[in-house]
Design a protein around this ligand. Structure first.
Ligand code: SDX
Length: 377
């Protein structure tokens, strides 16, 4: 019988698969998608190309890029049943739950296991984006707006939310956010999608499993939780006192800490750089959020950095989301839109040499026990 030392809680430090999709350099603090530095992709590429890189682990040729972007745009189109489903549920549940429901419905009747199913991967990411945009639009009282052929992915997402072509700078910020959140190795949500995919469930249902795992505040829900935390703090002058009391109550500070980065999250550094480029778009509320975040970043490190707990991207991303006008309860759903590219890529890669994921547990109860009939108890 193995000893309790065999139990690695939370699979901490456990390698569960080999992959060529991304590399997190925890020495230098850098993130690579199929070898391409995510900083280069933010500076010089876009989310469409990033999806291609994750699905194919290489850059597209010019011809492939044009074909790929038109497939994505085609898949952005929604059907009447999608719109009816959104209209029926949009005021009855939260955005992320509705997004996962729509993905489950997309998976209806489909089969899993074919690593060549790249078309489904492309379709799933595009559907996640148009579901997200249509949910926001319909929730705010608008009618569904189909995507336009002359707009790129991020521009179409904002257009499908607002029904008009917005500020090009906002679309660039959204595109950067989509690139930054697209992939990060095997966090809980990717592992959840792989567990589902390893049973040969279909790609859409496996993505739905990823969405539901992303929801929690320890993972993808952290950006919404970090925004709520900043609202609770209220102003930058209160940060230090709030922090001392939160830490004395053993609260987890949202936007701090990471299972893999025991340093400043390199994605947070990228987000901070993007923020400096859009300061003139910040309204007074976002400016206050920014000041609170600056103070929390500094004071939080004073208390937590000595324990290897540093700011992560979720501390800073609410500033970008709010500057481009996205509702505070939609941040995790946007994270899911972006990460569906990573989930789809890992699912298809895993199906190349599929193995059912089925770990063990160490039973610590007694057995066998004698059954006593109810009338004798
Ligand atoms: C994401 O894995 C990924 O790649 C995820 C992600 C991705 O791109 O997919 O990067 C996205 O999820 C980023 C993380 C967002 N989450 C948060 O910001 C929520 C706050 N963070 C913590 O909940 C925590 O840091 C985790 C969950 C992110 C990581 O925690 P671990 O590795 O499971 O470590 P732990 O919870 O066991 O903490 C170890 C110690 C504990 O103290 P002790 O019990 O030993 O005394 O560190 C403390 C923790 O209490 N600690 C914190 C803390 N994070 C850890 N204390 C206060 N505030 C924190 N944020």
């Amino acid at each position: 019988m193995p000893s309790t030392t065999h139990v690695l809680k939370g699979l901490e430090g456990v390698y569960v698969l080999e992959s060529s999709i991304s590399m997190i350099d925890t020495e230098q603090g850098a993130l690579y998608y199929a070898g391409y530095d995510v900083r280069d992709l933010v500076e010089r590429s876009n989310f469409e190309e990033t999806i291609f890189i994750l699905l194919n682990q290489r850059l597209p040729t010019r011809k492939e890029y044009l074909e790929f972007t038109s497939l994505l745009r085609e898949s952005l189109e929604l059907q009447p049943l999608h719109i009816e489903t959104i209209k029926h549920y949009v005021s009855r549940t939260d955005i992320l739950s509705l997004l996962s429901l729509l993905m489950v419905l997309e998976g209806g009747g489909k089969k899993g296991g074919d690593p060549a199913e790249k078309r489904s991967g492309i379709d799933a990411v595009a559907k996640m984006a148009s579901f997200y945009s249509a949910i926001l639009r319909i929730r705010s009282g608008g009618e569904y707006v189909p995507p336009r052929g002359d707009l790129n992915f991020a521009e179409n997402m904002l257009y499908m939310i607002d029904g008009e072509v917005r500020n090009a700078d906002f679309a660039r910020v959204l595109d950067d956010l989509l690139i930054i959140h697209a992939e990060h190795g095997i966090p809980a949500s990717t592992f959840a999608s792989l567990v589902a995919a390893s049973t040969l469930s279909d790609l859409y249902s496996s993505i739905a499993a990823g969405i539901l795992a992303l929801k929690g505040p320890l993972h993808g829900g952290a950006a919404e939780a970090s925004y709520a935390q900043a609202m609770e703090i209220g102003n930058p002058e209160r940060v230090r006192a709030w922090l001392e009391s939160a830490l004395s109550e053993k609260r987890k500070i949202m936007g701090f800490g990471h299972r893999v980065y025991k340093m400043y999250d390199p994605r947070a550094t990228i987000v901070k750089k993007i923020i400096t480029g859009i300061e003139n778009y910040m309204d007074s509320d976002v400016k206050r959020l920014y000041e609170i975040t600056v103070a929390l970043d500094a004071y939080g490190q004073e208390y937590l950095a000595p324990r290897g707990i540093y700011p992560n991207l979720d501390l800073w991303t609410p500033i970008l989301y709010r500057t481009i006008g996205l509702p505070p309860d939609s941040f995790t759903a946007l994270f899911a839109v972006s990460r569906s590219a990573g989930w789809a890529s890992h699912i298809l890669e895993y199906w190349m040499d599929n193995k059912l994921i089925r770990p063990l547990h160490l039973y610590k109860g007694q057995y066998p026990k004698k059954y006593i009939p109810l009338e004798l108890r």
